[in-house]
Ligand binder design. Structure first.
Ligand SMILES: C[S@@+](CC[C@H](N)C(=O)[O-])C[C@H]1O[C@@H](n2cnc3c(N)ncnc32)[C@H](O)[C@@H]1O
Length: 209
């Protein structure tokens, strides 16, 4: 689901960029570490592309494919990421449809990043299935999410627009990852009474059918 105008402003703002650089990235690096040299990463819902730069610079990816549903966000990301040249490939499309949008092969990525996007996706379980499909065995999923507890607050309901059904708590999100062969174990944490969730998961060598 596309963001409304207020969220579009918030997402591409200095405070959001600061939070992503100075809190979320170090927390995810503590949980999951850097990527091996030469890694190919996929970023879901890249927005204006600030996180894509962090994936290259801080997590150490060699190349990033990044996708967003909103063509205006992809246009902003294209401008921001131009200095990286061929290390970044941007596409417009839905994260539940990676095969068509990106021609993403099974097991084609060493890492997938979710910086606050799956809570926007109606069928987020289908997106988890796609993440499990495109990660190579042993590949890593880094996630930073907004839970149903946050979305139910007056502030979120007044200011932003999100799907109202089929949202997830932190525990439900982690359980769905595990169900689809993405092993989290104890590598996750919540913040602000369970409103925010950060963690990493590794794709099992043999994902469940
Ligand atoms: C809250 S913003 C997060 C943007 C950026 N990752 C960040 O952390 O600042 C969510 C982004 O996901 C995109 N989005 C929402 N639903 C999507 C979908 N089904 N497929 C791809 N992108 C989607 C939105 O257009 C938006 O750019």
């Amino acid at each position: 689901m596309l963001m409304n105008r207020i969220e579009t402003m918030v997402v591409d703002s200095g405070p959001r960029r600061g939070l992503q650089r100075w809190y979320e990235t170090p927390a995810l690096l503590r949980l999951g570490g850097k990527l091996p040299p030469g890694s190919r990463a996929l970023e879901l819902g890249c927005g204006a592309g600030y996180g894509t730069g962090l994936i290259l610079e801080q997590f150490g990816a060699e190349r990033v494919d990044a996708i967003d549903l909103d063509p205006q966000m992809v246009a902003r990301a294209t401008r921001r990421l131009a200095p990286y040249g061929g290390r970044v490939r941007l596409s417009t499309g839905d994260v539940t449809d990676l095969r068509r949008v990106l021609d993403a092969p099974d097991g084609g990525y060493d890492a997938v990043f979710d910086f606050a996007i799956l809570h926007h996706v109606e069928d987020w379980q289908a997106a988890v299935g796609e993440i499990a499909r495109v990660l190579r065995p042993g590949g890593r999923f880094y996630f930073d999410e907004v839970t149903a507890d946050a979305l139910a607050t007056r502030g979120y309901r007044w200011l932003f627009e999100h799907p109202t059904h089929n949202r997830f708590t932190a525990a439900e999100f982690v359980a769905e990852l595990e169900r689809q062969g993405l092993a989290v174990g104890s590598r996750w944490l919540t913040r602000i009474r369970g409103h925010y969730l950060l963690g990493v998961a590794d794709r099992a060598a043999h994902a469940p059918a």
